[in-house]
Ligand binder design. Structure first.
Ligand SMILES: *Cc1c(COP(=O)(O)O)cnc(C)c1O
Length: 354
């Protein structure tokens, strides 16, 4: 069948917001110009509003993982002990980054797809300097109650820092940095903000700013803090992506509650459809960022992927230990209810044609 435009139904990169495309079509800005500084500050302030922080948001040029590494390297010193619940590909990434940075990592292994319950944090014996959490574990579609987890952890270790991967939760489900007792968080441009890949957004609470132990060269947060409040960054930023960020934020922030409700509803439609087809969801608690279903008995992932592809859509399979066992469909990108119903029907056709 003829396809005019392929749709990305993956949990990043996603379908781009038209305001991002419009911003990207503008002539190149010089990053030290006044116009660029204004755009940079607009993006920075908008991100602070989105993370709900009275601290600082910083824009880093790099994918989301660069922001994860920057937080670990600048908030903890080698030898510090951190607790990392591991229940998917991205929480595994936290553990590896911390290990590489010379931290002492206490892994809490959970079955992939499960979430972390606050009472699980009562077990491991301290002391700990930090807890590294994944809000929306995009590899399994699971959503953690990071507020409850921060509260439980800080009841035992009040001095510890709680650092959250919010890469597929910011702009997709509710988030509040200090309001939820969190100290630092990271997001990425190619996820909930509907921009191209290439920027990491990090947020530091006032308390995290006091606890900074800066190290590294390119991802040194002290270097960035020095200049980003005047609209510059230490190194040449991906200023075109910063402009896209500012443009989408301007459009999105005034409607954020409705946007989050839409993402919730879209995901519900897809899960209801999948379950109606006899598919079993992977996550214990469903994140609105992506669905994740076990493949039906006797169906291989390439067949499902191909069935979607023939109908003009790109989906994605499993990562790590879920590779070959699951498929994921996401409407985190620029899409509305209309798309959700179309994708639901596409899912029915794709799975019935097996
Ligand atoms: C996409 C993603 C990341 C970061 O991946 P990058 O490829 O480095 O942008 C980290 N955590 C989660 C939960 C993600 O979905």
């Amino acid at each position: 069948m003829l396809v005019y435009r392929n749709r990305l139904l993956t949990p990043g990169p996603v379908e781009l917001h038209p305001k991002a495309l419009e911003a990207l079509s503008r002539p190149q800005l010089h990053h030290r110009s006044d116009a660029a500084k204004q755009v940079f500050l607009q993006a920075k302030r908008g991100l602070e509003q989105a993370f709900q922080t009275q601290g600082q948001a910083l824009l880093l040029t790099g994918s989301g993982t660069s922001g994860m590494e920057a937080l670990v390297q600048n908030l903890f010193a080698p030898g510090d002990r951190v607790l990392v619940p591991v229940h998917g590909n991205f929480s595994e990434r936290w553990a590896r980054i911390a290990q590489q940075a010379g931290l002492e990592v206490e892994r809490m292994e959970l079955e992939w797809g499960r979430v972390v319950h606050p009472e699980y944090l009562e077990g491991p014996s301290g002391p700990f300097q930090g807890l590294l959490l994944t809000h929306s574990e995009s590899s399994t579609g699971a959503l953690n109650d990071v507020q409850g987890l921060a509260q439980a952890f800080k009841a035992r270790f009040p001095q510890a820092l709680v650092v959250v991967d919010a890469i597929t939760s910011l702009f997709v489900s509710e988030f509040a940095l200090e309001g939820w007792g969190l100290d630092a968080a990271v997001a990425g441009s190619q996820k909930g903000l509907m921009c191209p890949p290439g920027l990491a957004y990090v947020a530091l609470s006032p308390r995290a700013l006091e606890c900074l132990k800066p190290r590294g060269f390119y991802l040194n947060l002290a270097s960035e803090l020095k200049v980003q409040n005047s609209g510059e960054s230490a190194w040449t930023p991906a200023i075109n992506l910063v402009a896209a960020t500012a443009a989408v934020l301007e459009e999105l922030l005034p409607h954020l509650p409705e946007h989050l409700a839409l993402k919730q509803r879209q995901n519900q439609i897809l899960y209801t459809t999948g379950q109606g087809l006899g598919l079993k969801p992977v996550p214990e608690v469903q994140s609105p960022a992506t669905t994740c279903f076990y493949l039906p008995e006797g169906t291989a992932y390439p067949q499902v992927k191909e069935a979607f592809a023939r109908r003009g859509a790109t989906i994605i399979g499993g990562q790590g230990q879920l590779k070959g066992k699951v498929f994921r469909v996401s409407l985190m990108g620029y899409s509305d209810l209309y798309d959700a119903y179309a994708v639901a029907e596409l899912m029915r056709e794709a799975l019935r044609s097996q």
